[in-house]
Design a protein around this ligand. Structure first.
Ligand code: G4P
Length: 542
């Protein structure tokens, strides 16, 4: 992040408002959940909201998911396909903290959206199904967190169902992610034998009562050493087997250190069951202790008291009645106030932020003020681009949003020549919103629109929107590429670059050099043939 002060950094801020901004910042925790569909993200979200007493919102989370195929969603296309394209943030209070949970689309075809939403998070919670272990989508999302050094907490869900052994899950996390998993609690049995968990900090056993599951109650707590005497119904075999597992975990010797967690070297692991509420409160307390407040993850001093924030998502058609666009901004420093004038760092244009909302589904709640870590929706008059930094008093350039290696490529054409102008205008807009990426052949000057996206359905969104908003009918012709590797090279290096047979040299929409490839095998061949060039699977868009 570079800073070019144009006025004294604390202009217009009285000491009391600076103190208030700092108090509010330290009170906030902003995170996202990463998981494979069905691991329990919706259920966990709902239960976290319940513990935060946001009961109404909690009900709506479930409602939203189950209604997806039945009632109108945010786009007609979502309704047809029963998927959620959009993401926003849910806010709740817990133990004096304000927690902002970034909602991400569950459908893997919109994972690019999830990747970008992660850039607005200070931490991620990885939900793993005890029976299924680490699944493909979780693996991808974890890699994005690792590339961006976003600390990850792990919640192993569904311990009330028979699954794999917890030791196996721990081992899998370590093996697949090269991160040290540090269990914070340990399940006492699983499936029909599930009896509760042991808090590994103080060896207290929290007993599960299935008759009282689903209610927000504190569990019965006994000490590990008294367990056999106090609870004779729990078999000694189960106690012995669990004791041995805990012994093994302790022998592995890992103890959690905040700095190791923040640097991505360790992940604390919590076991629980979102459906039955079990382990959620314990997890929330652990989360609060570990998740860093906004702005303090990599910084050595508190962020500036002047307002700044960046746009991580632009969403069109959120409300079909208005057909407007909403830009989602994460506040990074200072205080947002309705009607404030800000500068868009890219264009240096000044703009008044008259309409700001907290958005949940179709509902909008006007926001008058917001603090670091908060997410606000701004009605977007076409001024903003994805990755834009908005600031006040001092010009701040937040690091841009990364572009992620797409997996699908296709050439898009307008089938009605009379609508060509509208097509070009619409496509430009969609690219700026981040709905799709575009590449051009690095050699030919022909401006072919080779579109690229992480998920196949992103193409449908683009085509749908070009047709419905710009009245531009299109045709799509798939290309066989599956990956992109960006690179920085001198003109001499570029002239001599050796590509695999099926590789193609291209320029992205920002003019960055890239190679389009068809397989992981091609990636390896590219690296081998060009050892002096550094290739990247993600690049910061500027
Ligand atoms: P997702 O958002 O990650 O896709 O998952 P979601 O929460 O919808 O959960 C997927 C399924 O797993 C749901 O069952 C849910 O009830 C179940 N589930 C979530 N957490 C737990 C848990 O801790 N224990 C058990 N046993 N099940 C859990 P479903 O039958 O697919 O849907 P529904 O009819 O319950 O909504």
């Amino acid at each position: 992040m570079s800073t070019l002060p144009t006025r004294p950094a604390t202009a217009d801020k009285s000491p009391s408002s600076i103190a208030e901004i700092e108090t509010q910042r330290l009170r906030r925790r902003t995170f996202a959940i990463i998981s494979h569909p069905d691991a329990g993200k919706t259920t966990l979200t709902e239960k976290l909201l319940l513990f935060g007493n946001s009961i109404e919102i909690a009900g709506a989370v479930r409602g939203r998911k189950s209604e997806r195929t039945a009632k109108s969603d945010w786009m007609e296309m979502e309704q047809e396909r029963g998927i959620s394209v959009s993401s926003t943030a849910l806010t709740f209070e817990f133990a004096g903290a304000q927690i902002n949970l970034l909602d991400t689309p569950g459908h893997h075809d919109f994972s690019e959206d999830t990747y970008r939403t992660l850039m607005a998070a200070d931490a991620a919670v990885m939900v793993i199904d005890l029976a299924k272990g680490i699944e493909a989508q979780t693996e991808k999302l974890f890699r994005v967190c690792a590339l961006r050094k976003i600390p990850v907490l792990t919640f192993v869900n569904k311990v009330d169902r028979r699954g794999r052994s917890p030791l196996e899950i721990i081992d899998e996390i370590e093996r697949k992610f090269s991160i040290e998993p540090v269990p914070q609690n340990w399940p006492l049995g699983s499936g029909e034998d599930f009896r509760g968990f042991i808090d590994l900090h103080d060896d207290s056993v929290h007993l599960f009562d299935e008759h009282r599951a689903n209610r927000r109650i504190s569990s019965k707590v006994v000490s590990w050493s008294d367990l056999e005497t106090v609870e004779p119904a729990i078999s000694s075999d189960l106690i012995d087997a669990t004791g041995e597992e805990v012994e093994l975990v302790r022998m592995a010797g890992a103890s959690l250190e905040q700095s190791q967690f923040l640097s991505g070297a360790q992940t604390p692991v919590f076991f629980g069951s979102a459906l039955t509420n079990f382990g959620i409160e314990h997890f929330l307390h652990g989360f609060l202790k570990l998740c860093p407040p906004p702005g303090s993850r990599n910084a050595t001093e508190p962020p500036s008291p002047n307002f700044s924030g960046f746009i991580f998502k632009i969403q069109a058609n959120l409300d079909p009645r208005h057909r407007d666009r909403v830009a989602f901004l994460r506040v990074c420093s200072g205080m947002f106030e309705r009607d404030m004038e800000v500068t868009i760092a890219r264009s240096m244009k000044k703009i008044r932020l008259a309409r700001a909302f907290r958005i949940f589904g179709q509902d909008r709640q006007t926001i008058d003020e917001a603090y670091p870590g908060d997410i606000i929706g701004l009605v977007c008059p076409g001024e903003f681009r994805l990755g834009d930094t908005l600031c006040q008093n001092e010009i701040v350039h937040q690091e841009g949003l990364p572009q992620f290696s797409p997996e699908f490529f296709a050439v898009l054409d307008c089938t009605d020549t009379a609508r060509r102008k509208q097509f070009d205008r619409g496509l430009k807009q969609l690219i700026e919103e981040g709905a799709i990426q575009v590449f051009h052949d690095a050699h030919t000057k022909r401006r072919e629109n080779l579109l690229a996206a992480v998920g196949e359905l992103q193409f449908d969104v683009v085509r749908y929107r070009l047709e419905s908003e710009y009245n531009a009918p299109t045709s799509l012709s798939w290309r066989p590429y599956k990956l992109v590797r960006w690179f920085n090279a001198t003109p001499e290096q570029k002239a001599k670059i050796r590509l695999p047979y099926s590789g193609k040299l291209a320029l992205d929409q920002f003019g960055h050099d890239a190679v389009l490839l068809q397989s992981e095998w091609d990636v390896k061949a590219l690296h081998r043939a060009n050892p002096d060039i550094q290739f990247q699977e993600m690049r910061v868009a500027t």
